[in-house]
Design a protein around this ligand. Sequence first.
Ligand SMILES: [Zn+2]
Length: 372
Amino acid sequence: MSPRGIPIGRVFGITIDLDYSWFLIMGLIAWALAVGYYPTEFKGWSLGEYWLVGSATALLLFASVLVHELAHSLVARHYGLAVKRITLFLFGGVAQIAAEPTSPMQELWIAAVGPIVSLALGGIFWLLKPLAAGWQPLFALVEYLATLNIILALFNLLPGFPLDGGRVLRAIVWRVSNDYLRATTAASVTGRFFGFLLIFLGVWQALSANLIGGMWIAFIGWFLESAAGSQLQQEMLKHLMGGHKVRDAMDRSFVTAPSHVSLQDLVEMYMLPSNVGYVMLATGDTAVGLATLSGVQEVPREEWAITPARSIMVPLEKLETTDPNTVLWSAFEKMGHDGVNELPVLEGGQVVGVLTREDVVHYLSLLKTLAA
Ligand SMILES: [Zn+2]
């Protein structure tokens, strides 16, 4: 899952994004606090004070989440893992760490520092309480933030993926068993268990007393359950691809056409007869770029006969490429990150193959059949 939204700035060189769902949840929390929680707990404030404190609480809550994610990010960076962005969204925050930790100790510290920092924040807000005692709205705000940060820390310590506690669990099982896949499976299974438990608790709450709160808990449970499931799936894929290189799965017999042919000919003589959506264009014997079906579609059909294929070509030097010895999994991930469907495979400046998502999927199903 990689939510992406509006960048609002950079902290320690890391871009901070607000996903669109953030505005929704931000408004909902401010509203729930201003008209629900605070008026019930504290009588006699003005309407403005309820809304001021409600909005400030919601903002500071997300600031606390941001500090928690920054803690993960800085420790990850300390271990040499790049962090591109932190996105705040419906369920809190997520730091996009470019690679998985390479040792159990890295995993342990990157995961554990988040809840540790949230606990520390809770403690700081708790210590600030006496200072805020002079004005009740401020006191209420500080007390709420102290409690929420401690709850945030404890919730995140539940030992199941994708929560921090799940990563701590994986680090421990990984360390003890020396088996990364087994550790991932363990943390995913417990993650799905906690997800189902929250769904159950939420539905029970919704039916008995608290409809909105219960539905929200069930929703969080559903999110955890599906995230844990897809994490496991991804690790299985990675495991299945383990040790295989781009050269194993790439298409060596890709279709090549001269770059001067018309789009009409490109489609009728190259794409359709070979049942492919991309054609490598060449000048003489040298591949110069890639023409794809989506590129063809951008030109009106009546101009196909008079438009040369090279006019829609993406030149080789502008394409994301890979080489035959790249690990298949990382090439596959790269296609996902960059949103491309085909990667030309270069060796010594020559195109020796093309890797498509379909090639990878096909190769995987072959491996799966052989493994079974
Ligand atoms: Zn965390």
